[in-house]
Design a protein around this ligand. Structure first.
Ligand code: 8YV
Length: 316
């Protein structure tokens, strides 16, 4: 059997998972400091068979190369873009993630951002708190959220949960995806730019990683247009963030609702002053219930690998 000395925790993980790794498995933890990290990898790197990671702390190419006997990577979270999937595939290293259990919460967050951004709810709330309302000022009119043409970039499990919710708001759903989905009735567009040109709000729900890097570029932003909005609950890397900041500053697009950023935990400082932007601290899946479900699924994957050498939810 694989022992705790052969399991490596990479970066911070959910507290339930961290507790279990410590108490149940006596897992090794990859240190933050590079000197300590090098020492641990020199002494134990060859022993490590399983890595557990989360969020932006994945098993990147450099770390993976220092784990010559790694067999499996157990990722807390549905996105695994911080892990080098190409090297993993070449070396036959299995990867699991936590799909489906977070669809509802991430889609709820997308709808929250959608409503907050179009209806200026964040700015309106600040308007009450800072005394502007009481001083007799009028809050500027916002944009109608119901009945809009909405483009979903990446119609996976989360994208579809967002679409279902928007249908209840009377929205007309369009999408772009790597593959057209014959089972859905929403209108397909063959590029992100075309999707943006045909819709009033672009919601980014595509997986991160090299394939989708800067998919929302200058051309797409200009297709969103001065009346158009962007919502991103996927990964900051899917949007060219510098181009987005420029588009927001210059009024080339009307506004944005962002839960994710290129360089988390930092949101671009230029955006902090803008009232047409809603900024959240990557909390898409952040409810007690969903995080508990993600923790359970992470530990189920780990136990299944340790006992049967199989994963419950391998990445597809
Ligand atoms: C996680 C996420 O909370 O699942 C994902 O891909 O981005 C979030 O749900 C995050 O990965 C954990 O740090």
């Amino acid at each position: 059997p694989i022992t705790g000395e052969q399991i490596l925790r990479v970066g911070p993980v959910n507290p339930t998972v961290a507790e279990s790794l410590k108490e149940e498995f006596a897992t090794l933890v990859l240190p933050d400091s590079s000197a300590e990290r090098a020492a641990l990898l020199a002494s134990h790197g060859e022993q490590i068979r399983v890595a557990v990671c989360s969020g932006r702390f994945g098993v990147d190419s450099e770390l993976m190369a220092q784990l010559p006997n790694l067999e499996a990577i157990i990722n807390f979270g549905v996105g695994y873009d911080a892990t080098d999937t190409q090297q993993a595939a070449e070396r036959g290293i299995a990867i699991s993630n936590t799909p489906d259990v977070l669809n509802d919460c991430v889609a709820d967050t997308a709808l929250g951002l959608y409503l907050s951004t179009l209806r200026s709810l964040g700015a309106a709330e600040r308007f009450v708190r800072d005394g502007s309302w009481a001083s007799g000022q009028n809050f500027p009119l916002a944009t109608r959220a119901s009945g809009k043409k909405v483009g979903i970039l990446g119609l996976g499990r989360i994208g579809q949960a967002i679409a279902t919710r928007l249908e209840a708001f009377g929205c007309e759903i369009h999408y772009h995806n790597r593959n057209q989905k014959p089972e859905v009735s929403y209108q397909y567009h063959s590029s992100a730019a075309q999707l943006a040109a045909e819709t009033e709000v672009l919601i980014v729900a595509a997986a991160g990683g090299p394939q989708s890097a800067k998919l929302v570029n200058r051309e797409v932003l200009s297709a969103v247009g001065p009346q158009g909005f962007i919502i991103n609950i996927a990964r900051g890397t899917v949007i060219d963030e510098q181009a987005l900041v420029q588009a927001l500053l210059s009024g080339e697009i009307a506004g944005a609702g962002l839960d994710v950023f290129e360089n988390e935990p930092n949101a671009p400082s230029e955006l902090l002053e803008l009232d047409n932007v809603v900024l959240l601290p990557h909390l898409g899946s952040g409810t007690r219930e969903t995080r508990a479900d993600m923790a359970s699924l992470t530990l189920e994957n780990l136990r299944a690998y340790l006992t049967e050498r199989k994963l419950i939810t391998p990445i597809s």
